[in-house]
Design a protein. Structure first.
Lengths: 462, 64
């Protein structure tokens, strides 16, 4: 059995589970499965075992530092790790060894996580799935012929397969929530500014969010507790007290006011029958628990996506323009060709998109003023085959996650079952800025009332 | 969706951006520019009112 973080923490605190044995079990799963899944691009087994032994000594002597002490963990390879290569899964940064940890890496280390290594990502959190990079793309543990979504692809695969109990992701247009949905785990994109991005390689700074991915909602709350907090090194960091993210767990959904953004997933980009059934069943669950659920109409997915992608492409090109002008062949085809689009846009395009962003946020606030939680899809359906992902998917259909990068509101992905292909489907819950405790409350109530967390990919049970 | 910009206009934008691309790469990207143009049109439809201007990146007031 693969425990959740909360379960493992309780056993470790009671001295019924050894962090060393837990780490060894994760390393054994990595050994058995990662030749197929390619979730890791760098394994740090020796240092992980040393950290686990140190945690065990510490815990035996004086108890755990907290619920993350001795928990096997890994970082997306855009999170800088002192003395350990951080490549963004790209030839451009092969051999890049940071001298300092990202703020969130340091905070998680202080909480006691055992860092097993660095995880696959789409190149610079944007270009993927790519087969022309120094490392192969991660594959979906529910069916390795299928896509994980991206860009936090390795984190999604590794958590689902039980190689780690939690990991970091980043989300600029859905890169936490997409892989969480397609890999059947939970991932939260917190409010913009809640987690420091200092030391995380940027994609598009005004849309970039750092956040955790894990098997359960409660585990994400535990991880976010360690990651959140003001950091003067991140200009966008919110300078406010960090609440207790588990404070509202177990309080049920009675009294919550839920807005169903039906037009997103029924009209703007119609989802699969299984995804729709999951969302409708979740709405019924919330109603039955005493919440009110009503349809809300906000600007279209296309409007949010146009705004978000123009900003993303422009900011990303600004990050990469020196390398792109010098030698674009260093990038994989997907990353390179997508970055070119940013180079074609004008300053006026960027400014109009920023003005639209203001207008979209104002319209969303007005239409949802009497809602605590918003409900819609996270992905259109199950994961497609990895060799059938369109290169220009983001130009073809609007995604469900970009709207909340544009607004900066927190969003969480929660599994709602399985589709006809046997792969996970999910919903997305969204809250108003800095209302993560309420978001966790609603997501946890749904999760605990359903049996989806009892099923792991068959591969991880082999 | 075919682009409205001509190949010559596309070449000019690439030159302005300083991007040295091969012929095959240019051809592949040119084909999908209609999707980008649709987004450029959407961010101007409707044009946001003046109150939406994003003067959020600079303030003379200390601490902001």
């Amino acid at each position: 059995m693969i425990p959740s973080i909360a379960e493992a923490a309780a056993l470790i605190a009671a001295r019924k589970l050894s962090p060393v044995e837990l780490t060894q079990a994760c390393l054994a799963r990595i050994e058995a499965m990662d030749g197929t899944l390619h979730a890791f691009i760098r394994l740090e087994a020796e240092s992980a075992l040393a950290a686990a032994r140190a945690a065990e000594v510490r815990i035996m002597a004086s108890g755990p530092r907290g619920p993350l002490d001795g928990i096997p963990f890994a970082h997306k390879d855009i999170y800088c790790t002192a003395g350990i290569p951080t490549t963004a899964h790209s030839k451009v940064l092969q051999g890049h060894v940071p001298s300092a940890d990202a703020t969130t890496v340091a905070k998680l280390a202080a909480a006691g996580v055992v860092m097993l290594g660095k995880l696959a990502t789409h190149e610079f959190a944007f270009g993927g799935p790519s087969f022309d990079l120094p490392w192969p793309p991660a594959r979906n543990p529910w069916n390795p012929e299928h896509f994980t979504a991206g860009s936090s692809s390795g984190t999604g695969a590794a958590v689902a397969a039980g190689m780690i109990l939690g990991g970091t992701g980043s989300d600029t247009g859905g890169s936490i929530r997409g892989p969480a949905a397609l890999c059947g785990i939970t991932g939260i994109k917190p409010t913009y500014g809640l987690c420091s991005r200092a030391g995380i390689l940027p994609l598009a700074q005004s849309l970039d969010h750092a956040g955790p991915m894990a098997w359960t909602v409660e585990d994400c709350a535990i991880l976010l507790q360690a990651m959140a907090g003001h950091d003067a090194a991140d200009p966008a960091s919110a300078d406010r007290a960090v609440p207790d993210f588990r404070a509202e767990l177990g309080k049920g959904v009675k009294g919550l006011r839920i807005g169903l953004i039906r037009h997103f997933h029924e009209a703007d980009n119609p989802v699969s029958p299984a995804t729709l059934a999951g969302i409708d069943a979740a709405a019924d669950f919330f109603r039955a628990g005493g919440a009110t659920v009503r349809d809300v109409t906000i600007p279209s997915l296309a409007a949010f996506n146009a705004c978000g992608w123009i900003i993303l492409l422009t900011e990303a090109f600004a990050v990469h323009e020196t390398w792109m002008r010098r030698d674009p062949s260093l990038y994989g085809e997907l990353m390179r060709d997508r970055l070119v689009l940013g180079g074609l846009l004008s300053a006026a395009d960027y400014m109009q998109a920023q003005k639209q962003r203001r207008a979209l946020i104002a319209a969303t606030e007005a239409a949802t003023a009497d809602c605590d939680i918003l409900l819609t899809a996270a992905q259109p359906g199950e994961a497609p085959r990895i060799d059938a992902v369109p290169k220009w998917a983001f130009l073809e259909k609007p995604n469900f996650t970009m709207p909340f990068n544009v607004t900066g509101w927190p969003g969480i992905t929660v599994p709602t079952g399985f589709g006809d292909g046997g792969l996970p489907v999910a919903m997305q819950l969204v809250a108003r800025p800095f209302a993560e405790p309420m978001l966790f409350r609603a997501a946890d109530a749904y999760e605990k009332a359903h049996a989806w967390r009892s099923r792991r990919p068959a591969l991880s049970a082999a | 969706m075919p682009p409205t910009m001509t190949e010559a206009e596309f070449e000019a934008l690439l030159s302005r951006a300083g991007l040295p691309l091969g012929a095959a790469e240019k051809a592949g990207i040119y084909q999908i520019l209609g999707g980008l143009e649709a987004m450029q049109a959407l961010i101007r439809t409707p044009l946001p009112e003046a109150a939406a201007e994003p003067a959020t990146t600079f303030s003379a007031e200390p601490g902001r």
